[in-house]
Ligand binder design. Structure first.
Ligand code: CAA
Length: 272
């Protein structure tokens, strides 16, 4: 999702620095942005000149200290609390502007824990995008108990006025609004497949043709990534202790097998 967030910021005219963990990931991230811009051209959403200008505004680095002068940092690391907490502690040391917003694209982890990893929890906020970021209009804004109201209004201004997306607000509870509704549904579809109730194609076709969803639940799980879906479900289970959020064994086995959905070429469907 980091590539999608960088792309929409660059398309909105912002100067963007993307931090990646190693050179391979940096190259892949840049290619992903270029490929999505290309798709945007094919769909008539932007011109070749706008694509070139957007790419010129994106600098990819493996050196986190290059984020020092940023007004806004949007963290989109893997959905792992330890990784994110360490990253926020490091960003707190690196980012020099006291009024910089430190935002997280987490789907489910407590914003409070990320805020408390810094000495400026009043500047830490959840800014949660949806996949594919260049296409989906929604962003959830999630203040923690300590987020300053000015930080929230600046985050909302960035999303609505700069990016032209629509904001909804949620309390700092795992899953916020959308995943609190979506994840139990996706897990239910996986349990339906696991129990032999129906096959993957029919489950997806049922929701596409029967409810006019743009894609079925198993295709959507593949788009999100089965590792990410598992991490979100586990975070929701940890927050609410409700069995409806427990990842089904089939999902766990698929992640263990490296069948992660679109990004690995195979999940509930085959993308090779
Ligand atoms: N840049 C700009 N616009 C683009 C684009 C790009 N790179 N790629 C596609 N588009 C636009 C197209 O122009 C088209 O717009 P119009 O309707 O205005 O013509 C629209 O996006 C749809 O594109 P396509 O026709 O090419 O693709 P599609 O019809 O096959 O749709 C899809 C693909 C957008 C993924 C659609 O199936 C969809 O919306 N699926 C549901 C996705 C979803 O539910 N995401 C939420 C996941 S949950 C999440 O992200 C949160 C979390 O925490 C896990």
């Amino acid at each position: 999702m980091g590539a999608g967030i960088a792309e929409v910021c660059a398309r909105a005219g912002l100067d963007v620095v993307v931090h990646e963990v190693h050179a391979g990931a940096a190259g892949a991230g840049r290619s992903r942005i270029a490929a999505s811009l290309e798709r945007g051209i094919r769909r008539g959403k932007l011109s070749a000149t706008e694509r070139d200008a957007a790419l010129d505004r994106v600098r990819v680095t493996t050196d986190l200290t290059e984020l020092a002068d940023r007004d806004l940092v949007v963290e989109a690391a893997t959905e792992d609390e330890k990784v994110k907490v360490e990253l926020f502690a490091e960003l707190d040391r690196i980012v020099t502007r006291e009024d910089a917003l430190l935002a997280s694209n987490t789907s489910s982890l407590p914003i409070m824990k990320l805020g408390m990893a810094t000495a400026r929890p009043h500047q830490v906020i959840g800014v949660h995008f949806f996949n594919p970021v260049p296409v989906l209009e929604l962003v959830e804004i999630v203040p923690s108990l300590l987020t300053a109201p000015q930080a929230q209004s600046r985050a909302e201004g960035f999303v609505t006025e700069v990016l032209g997306k629509k904001v909804i607000r949620a309390q700092d509870r795992a899953g916020f609004v959308v995943n609190a509704l979506l994840v139990p549904y996706l897990l239910c579809a996986i349990r339906m497949l696991e129990s032999g109730h129906a096959c993957a194609e029919d489950i997806d076709t049922g929701m596409v043709l029967g409810c006019a969803h743009p894609m079925g639940p198993l295709s959507l799980a593949d788009l999100i990534g089965l590792d990410t879906l598992t991490a979100i479900a586990e975070a929701m289970y940890a927050d609410f202790k409700d069995p409806q959020h427990a990842p089904p064994p089939l999902l766990l086995r698929m992640v263990e097998a490296g069948l992660l959905g679109r990004k690995s070429g195979r999940g509930f469907h085959d993308y090779s």
